[in-house]
Design a protein around this ligand. Structure first.
Ligand SMILES: Cc1cc2nc3c(=O)[nH]c(=O)nc-3n(C[C@H](O)[C@H](O)[C@H](O)COP(=O)(O)O)c2cc1C
Length: 162
């Protein structure tokens, strides 16, 4: 049975996710970021995470050149940041949006948590490439004081109701 792409996208969109900006700064490129909700935890020991990147992305070559990347989990105060780095050809990071982490990865100011990763392995994933990273450093706001995460569901940003 052929799967209708639009129906598949709509059905997959029923799974609510957080929103991240994945940042990197490989040699020969300016620090850049792309909004992604495909982030997932994989393993605690060793500490592995993954996300997937469209092969058609303007950032594909830059990520292919990257030995490191950082996952930045956005708060509900950062919808504008999510929109900015989700725009076609709008991936260079504004200097006021980040500072460097312990492994010199650009980390977004105001993120609820950031994971600095070394690229562990990349798998082919159809029209995406699945990037698995080994976490080498992390920052996380204390959950009592942290703002709520930005949530994405059915093609829209949502408020997390607790
Ligand atoms: C909430 C949200 C989640 C997204 N998640 C992903 C993702 O996981 N992987 C991906 O490649 N693009 C994702 N995108 C799309 C990219 O952020 C961006 O729109 C796209 O890469 C723009 O094209 P370009 O990369 O060629 O400039 C997402 C966009 C939004 C708004």
């Amino acid at each position: 049975m052929a799967i209708d792409q639009r129906a598949l996208r709509n059905a997959l969109g029923q799974f609510p996710t957080g929103v991240t900006v994945v940042t990197a700064d490989p040699e020969g490129y300016a620090p850049f970021g792309v909004t992604a909700n495909s982030f997932a935890s994989v393993s605690l020991d060793p500490p592995l995470v993954l996300w997937s990147l469209q092969k058609s992305s303007d950032t594909f070559d830059a990520f292919a050149a990257a030995k490191h990347f950082a996952i930045n989990i956005l708060s509900d105060q950062q919808q504008d940041i999510s929109n900015q780095y989700a725009k076609k050809s709008s991936h260079d990071l504004d200097t006021e949006h980040y500072q460097l982490g312990v492994s010199d990865m650009p980390l977004l100011n105001g993120a609820i948590a950031s994971f600095e990763c070394e690229v562990d392995v990349c798998h082919d994933g159809g029209d995406h490439i699945i990037m698995v990273g080994k976490v080498i450093a992390m920052n996380s706001l204390d959950s009592d004081n942290a703002p709520s995460p930005l949530v994405f569901h059915a093609g829209q940003y949502r408020e997390l109701k607790v």
